[in-house]
Write a protein of this length. Structure first.
Length: 130
């Protein structure tokens, strides 16, 4: 059985991953295309799904992100949970940019992501447990 404190950190990582997915769903939202969508084409994979999937992901990942963050904050102090959640989201976003979208990275970015990671680990070890 996983202890509740460890489970809260797993929920926090899941919340950060959902926040990253939510951010990318924002990137692909197309309001003008949604307004132009018709009932006879919304279910087609070539017309409707590319328009609807970002909206479905926006709602789904937004809700799951909020729920997981709320569960994690039951045992992790709020300031620590928020700082780690935001830092992990930034790290996940940069990793997705590099590995999924094939964007470039620099050694300076890697250095600062390493510093963020060290900060996350430090906050985990110094945060009080309840």
């Amino acid at each position: 059985m996983i202890p509740q404190a460890a489970l809260s950190w797993i929920y926090l990582i899941g919340a950060a991953a959902c926040e990253m997915a939510w951010m990318y769903s924002l990137k692909y939202l197309r309001w003008d295309a949604l307004k132009a969508l018709r009932w006879d084409t919304f279910y087609r994979t070539d017309v409707g799904w590319p328009i609807l999937l970002p909206w479905i992901a926006y709602v789904f990942f937004g809700i799951v992100n909020t729920i997981l963050l709320a569960i994690a904050m039951r045992t992790i102090p709020t300031t620590t949970a928020f700082a780690v959640w935001m830092a992990l989201t930034l790290v996940f976003l940069k990793a997705a940019d590099v590995f999924w979208l094939k964007l470039s990275w620099s050694w300076n970015e890697l250095l600062f992501i390493l510093l963020i990671t060290i900060g996350i680990i430090g906050l985990k070890f110094v945060s009080p447990t309840e």
